[in-house]
Design a protein. Structure first.
Length: 276
């Protein structure tokens, strides 16, 4: 459903100040793409029953969503905003909702600042691994007004990320930096492959400036370094890694360590020529 013109940007709403930062960036994303913003709060019915009154817990959830709507309208006046309070665990609710969303947004839960201690069941990781549409993982600090960075390895997943990156850059009036990384010791005789992929991906946005860089190094480390000056970094969910799970090594590295917001592109491969 991500291609539907009425599919919204869906953002998970939590109780912390950091969650309002997620809402604000999701609102900007929705406004840039001309999409409605849906505020989604997962209502824990079991916890509500254990509390003094069910009504009080529900009222708190409604107040939380109302504050989020105010924050969204502050950064994107006139943006259509709807809200949903749904029973269930936050990640499961967002995964289900992703089937009819253009993009889902969630906070990183402090991942980028805790070194190597990120658990595999971190909510942002689980959502990026299971969602049916692109997933925006938001950092606590606002990003700089830099380029849109995208990692490309030639796989259908990375080609989908490249196409999505041009759409993001066009709406942000930013340039695209496409980076292809060749690991040390691996032969590379594919001259011009990145330029050809970029030329194909930018057909709908020919006015978006783009830079192509093919470099040697560790793909994850190179993209994390490049993301320090990017306003957003995009990567395919799995890339050219058929033996891996729902998230590839590079996408996980960016989720864990990139200081920029990260969009893990999922659910769009079938729309890319030659995609699986």
């Amino acid at each position: 459903m991500t291609g539907s013109t009425d599919a919204p940007v869906v953002v998970g709403v939590g109780p912390t100040p950091a969650d309002l930062a997620v809402v604000r960036l999701a609102a900007r994303e929705a406004a840039a793409h001309g999409r409605e913003l849906t505020l989604l709060h997962a209502f824990n019915w079991e916890a509500a029953l254990a509390g003094p009154t069910v009504a009080g817990t529900r009222d708190a959830a409604e107040e939380l969503v109302a504050r989020a709507a105010t924050a969204a309208n502050e950064v994107a006046p006139g943006l259509p905003v709807s809200s949903e309070i749904v029973e269930g665990a936050p990640v499961g609710v967002l995964v289900r909702r992703s089937g009819t969303a253009f993009l889902v947004a969630i906070g990183d839960g402090g991942m980028a600042g805790c070194g190597g201690c990120v658990p595999a069941d971190a909510p942002a990781v689980q959502l990026a691994a299971r969602a049916g549409c692109p997933v925006l993982v938001v950092r606590p600090e606002p990003p700089p007004p830099g380029p849109v960075l995208v990692g490309v390895d030639g796989s259908p997943s990375s080609r989908a990320a490249l196409v999505f990156a041009f759409g993001c850059a066009a709406r942000r009036r930013a340039r695209v930096i496409a980076v292809r990384v060749v690991e040390p010791g691996r032969p590379d005789d594919r001259d011009g492959v990145l330029d050809a992929l970029v030329a194909q991906a930018r057909r709908h946005h020919p006015d978006v400036p783009a830079e192509c860089h093919t470099v040697r190094g560790d793909p994850g480390a190179v993209l994390v370094k490049q993301s320090r000056s990017a306003q957003v970094a995009l990567v395919g969910a799995r890339g050219d890694e058929p033996g891996r799970g729902m998230l590839g090594e590079v996408s996980q590295t960016l989720l864990y360590h990139a200081p920029a917001p990260v969009i893990v592109v999922r659910g769009l491969v079938s729309a890319v020529p030659g995609g699986a």
